[in-house]
Design a protein around this ligand. Structure first.
Ligand code: AMP
Length: 419
């Protein structure tokens, strides 16, 4: 059976998942971190059961394999010098062969790459051509940290697997259906035409995946539904999905906008940014760094960007409590906006790290949304990382928990683009 690799290349890391398609079975997944260093870390999980929690045991050697409790799942780990992405991918493919996960490189017939910015050029996933690659390079203006790394990953895979179908899957493309009243900022129009200054959104692959699963779980046609999808992770975004299309989303020109996040501020009055910058004598870069890395849950709580840490001390630490309240408040406000924009909602969907795992955060959000007819079933909500309806049977609006699966969506896009 054909194997497809879903790839997420960052500036110093490369995450991958290898799937048997069209069976949609994950056969290996892994990550190479600290690319460019002498002590890069390679991790590959494989075997019948791929489940990190069940992998036990540790070895002092740099290169070692540990077994899961049931003896089915395995984890390969190594610390070694890896100079660049090309070397990282070569090492990973060679290791997949050595470990018997693939017989040779040619078994991988498709590679799907996550690309952060697709601008207005890409409203769906595409086969990578020279022209596509040139556009991804040019879109680096919109995602300076991400697009160059994504392009580097694409080029490196193309060299090593020249016969595999190479596909680009954009974080922004799902949101290209937004109407102009939602994607335009009320700024002089010429900035849009000159610089593409508009809302692009993000997490599109995740919102698209959970929306399609929600329709399946509800037994309804996606095109007939009004959904609000809540991707609540370290980065968080909320999307209004009407008739299967993104109508509006909380992230903006960049992933800094929208709700408060782990370390990102979310929406802020632009003039306040200028005011603080002046008073503090900060450069543009320093100010942007504060908004991206020192704000959000971390900025308010002053103790942690991790929701778990804040929940642990919320009763005794005033700032942790405040950070949680601000997070919930922003999410609730966006949901309210989107109910108004769509003229109602059929279901709200929770996903990503916080959305999938935090029982209390889901409860705090839903309790504030009772007014439009969503009622939480506390027993059903007492669950983590599983596909499940968490609203009561008589809830007018359904609430669902759906773990996201961007890698599967990427692999499906590769499949659908095979001739
Ligand atoms: P993600 O970006 O989707 O990987 O989500 C990462 C975030 O999920 C982290 O910042 C954690 O704060 C959050 N998270 C993971 N597990 C839990 C949990 N059980 N309760 C609250 N937050 C969680």
């Amino acid at each position: 059976m054909a194997k497809t690799m879903a790839v997420n290349a960052g500036s110093s890391s490369l995450k991958f998942q290898l799937l048997e398609m069209p069976a949609e079975q994950v056969i290996a997944q892994g990550v190479i971190e600290r690319i460019g260093m002498d002590d890069a870390i390679v991790t590959i999980k494989y075997g019948a059961e791929i489940n990190a929690e069940r992998l036990v045991g540790h070895s002092e050697d740099d290169e070692h394999i540990t077994l899961s409790k049931d003896g089915k799942g395995k984890k390969y780990e190594n610390v070694t010098a890896i100079k660049n992405h090309q070397q990282a991918i070569n090492f990973m493919l060679q290791k997949l062969t050595d470990l018997g996960i693939i017989k040779d490189f040619n078994e991988i017939t498709g590679v799907g790459h996550r690309v952060v910015a697709g601008g207005e050029w890409f409203n769906h996933s595409v086969v990578v051509t020279d022209e596509v690659l040139a556009k991804i390079d040019r879109l680096a203006d919109y995602a300076p940290l991400h697009n160059p790394a994504n392009a580097m990953g694409i080029r490196a895979f193309q060299k090593l697997l020249p016969d595999a179908l190479s596909v680009a899957v954009f974080d922004t493309s799902f949101h290209q259906t937004m109407p102009d009243e939602n994607f335009l900022y009320a700024l002089p129009y010429e900035y849009y035409t000159r610089y593409g200054a508009r809302k692009y959104g993000a997490h599109g692959t995740s919102h698209r995946y959970v929306a399609s699963r929600a329709a399946e779980l509800l037994g309804k046609d996606l095109k007939s539904l009004k959904l609000i999808t809540l991707h609540l992770g370290a980065g968080a975004s909320i999307t209004a999905i009407k008739d299967g299309k993104s109508l509006d989303t909380s992230m903006g020109f960049s992933p800094l906008a929208g709700v408060a996040m782990a370390t990102r501020s979310g929406d802020v009055d632009a003039s306040l940014v200028y005011y603080i910058q002046e008073r503090e004598g900060l450069t543009n870069e320093e100010m942007l760094n504060i908004l991206n890395k020192k704000s959000g849950l971390l900025g308010i709580s002053t103790i942690s960007s991790d929701m778990r840490d804040l929940l642990d001390v919320q009763d005794t630490n005033e700032h942790a409590n405040m950070a949680i309240r601000i997070f919930i408040n922003r999410v609730v406000k966006y949901v309210g906006q989107y109910v108004a924009e769509m003229g109602g909602v059929d279901a709200i969907v929770f996903t990503a790290g916080i959305g999938e795992n935090s029982v209390p955060v889901r409860k705090m959000i839903i309790d504030k949304l009772n007014y439009f007819g969503v009622k939480l079933d506390e027993e059903k909500n007492n669950v983590r990382g599983k596909e499940v309806e968490i609203s009561t049977n008589d809830s007018k609006v359904k609430a669902l928990l759906i773990p996201t699966n961007e890698e599967l969506m990427i692999a499906r896009d590769v499949e659908s683009l095979k001739a």
